[in-house]
Design a protein around this ligand. Structure first.
Ligand SMILES: Cc1cc2nc3c(=O)[nH]c(=O)nc-3n(C[C@H](O)[C@H](O)[C@H](O)COP(=O)(O)OP(=O)(O)OC[C@H]3O[C@@H](n4cnc5c(N)ncnc54)[C@H](O)[C@@H]3O)c2cc1C
Length: 302
């Protein structure tokens, strides 16, 4: 893009705020990717500003559930692997994947994956012999992100600006400028950096600004996700607990993830090919079908 922003055309005040002018690099988004990148850049001696629309320590949505071996290796280099490994599900909670007719129904098969207590000693899992010092880890984003945030916030080279929304991005040959709205006061300001990195998730403003477009199938599977609290669910299972439970039946297929190993679950309802409108799908009925529970079963949507 070459539409350089010009002060005489724009009513937004040109303020490279002292608090935001921290280094040459701006990262938009303090999710797992933005925070990890900021920590990595700081580790390499580079000052960086991170702008995030959420408040500091505001919990993320429970999206990312699984951290790959390569990501764990990066956390190891950054001195974070042990903390990440020790968080998430209880130490003895199996990281298995179980396939069942319903969550509370018959088990069809199971992929054994060691709980974190046995991660480095067990030989019973498909990833137990991988040539890596850091095998994969099952941990939800709600537990992963606070570890990354705490570490990033403690780095002198990282400046995190929370409750700030990047609304617009303009790029020229030598720099990039962004319009940032302070979500507390409502005021907007413009700031310039040499480098801008978009870590702002699926609806990325930065992606749109650089004209990056998806190539390939936009939709592989429509999924209606619901984060619930259901303390009674864990004991209703007919088999050993699992981190992920794939539910396979002709009525309603889905996936259920154990989030805290006690009462919180993420339920993915796999929409049928004809179901394109999320609002028209009976969420409650689908959840009960996937879980295999009746109308008397109690749960809260978080
Ligand atoms: C239901 C579900 C399950 C998933 N399961 C997995 C999984 O198991 N493993 C996996 O690797 N991935 C999974 N994903 C994908 C997951 O969302 C990403 O892996 C993960 O969230 C990527 O982190 P991120 O930092 O790139 O983005 P995000 O976590 O989306 O973070 C982006 C951040 O940018 C901020 N932001 C956005 N726009 C702006 C703006 N304009 N100004 C300021 N801040 C902004 C947001 O507030 C957010 O904090 C799942 C996704 C969903 C929806």
């Amino acid at each position: 893009m070459s539409d350089t922003w010009r002060a005489d055309q724009d009513p937004i005040p040109v303020l490279v705020m002292a608090e935001m002018d921290h280094g040459e690099v701006l990262i938009v988004g303090a999710g797992p990717v933005g925070l990890t990148l900021a920590i990595d850049l700081a580790w390499r001696g580079i000052n960086v500003t991170v702008i995030e629309k959420r408040a500091a320590a505001e919990p993320p949505e429970p999206k990312c559930n699984h951290v790959a071996a390569r990501s764990m290796e990066i956390f190891r280099r950054l001195g974070l692997a042990e903390k990440v490994r020790n968080a998430g599900l209880p130490a003895d909670y199996p990281h298995d994947i179980s396939y069942r007719t319903t969550f509370t129904g018959c088990e069809l098969t199971r992929i054994p994956i060691p709980c974190r207590r046995d991660r480095f000693t067990s030989k019973h899992g498909p990833d137990c012999n991988w040539p890596t010092p850091e095998p994969p880890h099952r941990i939800n984003q709600i537990f992963l992100e606070p570890i990354l945030f705490e570490h990033a916030a403690a780095q002198a080279r990282i400046h995190i600006v929370n409750r700030a929304l990047v609304e617009d991005v303009s790029i020229d040959d030598d720099s990039v400028s962004v319009v940032v709205r302070d979500l507390e006061t409502g005021s907007a300001r413009r700031a310039s950096y040499r480098y801008l990195i978009g870590c702002d998730g699926a609806r990325s403003v930065v992606r749109k600004a650089i004209g990056a477009e998806l190539v390939g199938d936009a939709i592989v599977q429509r999924v209606q996700s619901t984060y619930i609290r259901a303390p009674d669910l864990i004991r209703r299972q007919n088999c050993e607990r699992a981190w992920g439970t794939g539910v396979i039946n002709p009525r309603r297929a889905g996936m259920v993830y154990a989030i805290d190993g006690r009462e919180r679950w993420l339920i993915h309802n796999y929409m049928s090919p004809g179901e394109i409108d999320f609002e028209k799908v009976d969420r409650d009925a689908c959840i009960r079908t996937i879980l295999g529970v009746g109308a008397d079963f109690e749960y809260d949507i978080i």
